[in-house]
Design a protein. Structure first.
Ligand code: ATP
Ligand code: MG
Length: 389
């Protein structure tokens, strides 16, 4: 476990004794005009959009040159050496990897063709205005790292899927560093969903390695680079092992938020202790609710619990109402209305063939409705996270 030095005490002081983020951030910066091409769609193979105004001063730009390689400076930044270097482990057994099959597009060919034809006749003004608003939220500058925790009341409802979608979306729109962190050691699927072929260092390793003198370039040596940009920190090497403890979670998130403008945390299921800590200390929360009566009912109970927390956690919460099956019969409007009674925003994430396949998520393969829902969800989560002073 990492020794809690002054640097961590400083961050802890920022966070307040109970780790609430409310005092954590400096003054909220004025929102900058987005300069990126304001498309809600993900280009197939392009690099991230040129979002010049997206980053705040405190975070390095991805285009910044590497820091000087003075040996004395490098020595002072040297991480604490772990007792052993873990081996690199494939995220999917190579004997199974070939069985993943070809990725399917979320929309059928007929649907894609129909949409193109409709687009030629539709008035684009309203759509562009909405895209501009969403891009502005996604690119909101921040002066201190924002943590967005994703959890749910049940397992298997889409937490890792939503976390991967959010991590990729923030990374696409922002020019400051974005981390997607797995805080669920129960053989989570986040590394696979993020397209990582292998993992080596885990949260527990980083808790021992991180030192205050390390710079972003030192830290990223222990993270998995994500294909389209951004970074991933897995909870484990995909083996059955010890669950993550709260101390590890706090050590790692407190340390890493110095380097990353946005950290998306894929949490375990509530009411696990790490999930509760993550919910309590995050700047914004995404609760994933399955599109079933019992799932919506349980999620409503979570929202009622959040409403009772001392620092109005509900105000920083958005619900992703996710349909994991094409056969869901629950009336979406009634379900969303039941959750909205608590005052939260509800974003409906529809069933998507590409997401249903499992395996790595390729955002260019998402159906239009799932893609639009994803950016709306990400924009709302960022709006909530950035609003905290
Ligand atoms: N919007 C969606 N459309 C279609 N299928 C989906 C969608 N969201 C999730 N799924 C399906 O549900 C499965 C489980 O999702 P995921 O692994 O994200 O859940 P989880 O809550 O992280 O599970 P766990 O509790 O085990 O960590 C996915 O592999 C995928 O097949
Ligand atoms: Mg998961």
């Amino acid at each position: 476990m990492a020794q809690g030095g002054d640097w961590q005490r400083d961050v802890l002081r920022q966070l307040g004794q109970h780790g609430t983020p409310d005092e954590a951030a400096g003054p909220a910066p004025a929102s900058a005009e987005p300069t990126a091409p304001l498309r809600l769609t993900y280009p197939a193979q392009e690099p991230p959009a040129d979002a010049g105004g997206a980053a705040a001063p405190g975070f390095p730009q991805r285009s910044d040159p590497a820091p000087p390689s003075d040996p004395a400076v490098r020595a002072s930044r040297r991480p604490r050496l772990p007792l052993h270097t873990p081996e690199s482990v494939p995220t999917v057994d190579p004997r199974l990897a070939h069985a993943l099959g070809r990725p399917q597009h979320g929309d059928s060919v007929t649907r894609r063709t129909g949409r193109t034809l409709r687009k030629l006749t539709a008035s684009a003004t309203q759509e562009v205005a909405e895209e501009t608003r969403i891009a502005r939220e996604l690119q909101h500058p921040v002066t201190t790292g924002r943590v967005i925790a994703v959890t749910s009341i049940r397992g298997g409802v889409g937490k890792s899927t939503v976390s991967a979608l959010l991590g990729r979306t923030f990374n696409h729109y922002r020019h400051d560093p974005v981390l997607t962190l797995e805080a669920d050691a129960a053989l989570g699927t986040l590394p696979v969903r993020m397209g990582a072929e292998s993992v080596r260092w885990s949260c527990a390793d980083l808790a021992q390695i991180l030192t205050p003198a390390m710079q972003l370039t030192d830290v990223t040596g222990y993270l998995v680079p994500v294909t389209d940009g951004g970074w991933l920190l897995p909870a484990s090497q995909g083996r059955v092992g010890a669950p993550m403890d709260v101390r590890t979670y706090r050590t790692v998130t407190l340390a890493l938020r110095r380097y990353f403008a946005v950290t998306v945390v894929d949490c375990e299921t509530l009411p696990g202790e790490v999930a509760r800590t993550a919910m309590d200390t995050a700047h914004a929360r995404v609760v994933v609710a399955p599109m079933t009566a019992e799932g919506v009912n349980g999620t409503r109970q979570v929202l009622d619990w959040l409403a009772q927390l001392p620092h109005s956690a509900l105000a920083g919460t958005v619900v992703a109402l996710s349909a994991n099956s094409p056969d869901a019969t629950l009336d979406e409007k009634t379900a969303a209305a039941h959750l909205r009674e608590t005052g939260v925003t509800v974003v409906r994430l529809p069933y998507d063939r590409h997401l249903a396949q499992g395996g790595p998520i390729r955002t260019a393969m998402l159906g239009r409705a799932a893609r639009d829902a994803t950016v709306r969800l990400a924009a709302e989560a960022m709006r909530l996270a950035a609003r905290v002073r």
